[in-house]
Write a protein that binds this ligand. Structure first.
Ligand code: ATP
Ligand code: LTN
Length: 330
């Protein structure tokens, strides 16, 4: 069975973008793959988080993973800090990465341009920790949104360098980017990705938003004056985003969705989109309420930690031995 691994950084409440671009796909993948999914809580603190709030985001994220259909009997679900080997391998990999490579990372460049020197060193070295998260488990595939593709490509370069410098140690993983749902945009600023850390929540649908809030946000989504339902992200980003949301929620092609709604007025189309989102999220919210205060969360994480750490310990030992860090004879 091929292995797949991905992580989510719950630095806010999870959004429809996280669901359509990541979680929904993980649920399907667990049928076919040995799936590893973890909560990247160390990645969260690369930007300061209020401790009480962070704790609640982490708990909600685990509950939502399960509510969306990830199955702890099938997938390995764990918290990054429950396996401290990640941080240690992260440091080792940072010693096999060049400054020039990190300087080229788009996510870093974008943040550096906008945050006036207040960026942490952890944010800068974030991709090397992500490389450790991945290479630790030798996955064949890493499903991510297109904003993370560059980090997976860097991971491949680091793995190849390490394998050449020492000897074959890491499998070279492939990024896996979905066609629909790969980039859900903000409803209010449809040229920007829908992000959980957006300052304004007008353009963001959270997985736990009440139906009336969802309808309100979709109704006030930014559109255009073309008065036509076309998939044209360049000239009609708002409408194209709504089409993409429907396609991803209902597993349909863009063409199919456009054919269904081509004669709709914008108001009626938005209402239909809101209903589809509500129908998608209602069962998830019901399941979330059942499990948020149950033992299942802790049980899931304990089971995940045990399985992940068993693999991580052996991998880290192997890496340290190859580099010459171990003194004892093996
Ligand atoms: P942040 O605002 O903290 O950057 P984010 O909401 O952009 O967070 P991440 O934690 O970076 O989300 O991403 C988790 C997963 O969800 C990744 O696989 C990512 O590519 C995917 N994802 C995030 N936002 C979207 C989106 N708008 N459309 C599709 N996929 C998304
Ligand atoms: N950087 C990712 C979260 C993340 C991740 C990973 C994804 C951390 N480690 C390993 C895939 C594999 C993000 O911001 N979405």
């Amino acid at each position: 069975m091929k292995r797949m691994l991905s992580g989510i950084k719950p630095s806010g409440e999870l959004t429809l973008g996280n669901y359509l671009g990541a979680l929904k796909r993980f649920v399907t993948y667990q049928e076919e793959y040995d799936m590893f999914v973890f909560i990247a809580n160390l990645h969260c603190i690369t930007i300061y988080q209020d401790p009480t709030q962070l704790k609640s985001y982490l708990k909600n994220a685990v509950a939502l993973y399960l509510a969306c259909g990830l199955d702890p009997d099938r997938s390995t679900i764990f918290l990054q800090t429950d396996v401290p080997e990640h941080a240690q391998l992260g440091f080792i990999l940072s010693c096999n990465t060049y400054l020039g490579e990190l300087n080229r990372m788009t996510q870093y460049k974008d943040k550096a341009a906008s945050s006036e020197g207040a960026l942490s060193v952890g944010f800068y070295t974030y991709p090397t920790l992500m490389a450790a998260d991945i290479l630790m488990y030798d996955p064949d595939f890493v499903p991510v949104g297109d904003d993370q593709k560059q980090h997976v490509e860097l991971t491949r370069d680091i793995a190849e360098r390490f394998n050449n410098r020492y000897s074959p140690t890491f499998n070279i993983p492939e990024p896996l980017i979905a066609k629909t749902g790969a980039r859900i945009m903000s409803l209010s600023e449809p040229t920007k990705k829908m992000s959980k850390s957006d300052v304004s929540d007008k353009g963001v649908i959270y997985l736990l938003d009440e139906p009336n809030i969802i309808r309100k946000k979709v109704r006030s989504a930014t559109t255009d004056s073309c008065a036509a339902i076309n998939f044209d992200p360049q000239n009609q980003p708002g409408i194209s985003n709504l089409i993409q949301i429907v396609a991803a929620c209902q597993d349909r092609s863009i063409e199919d969705v456009v054919a269904t709604y081509k004669d709709y007025q914008y108001g009626a189309f938005k209402d239909a989109v809101a209903t589809i989102i509500i129908d998608t999220l209602t069962p998830i919210q019901a399941r979330y309420k059942e499990i948020i205060n149950s033992e299942l969360l802790e049980q899931t994480l304990m089971k995940g930690k045990e399985k992940a750490q068993h693999i991580a310990r052996r991998k880290l030992e192997k890496v340290q031995r190859k580099i010459g860090l171990e003194i004892k004879k093996k």
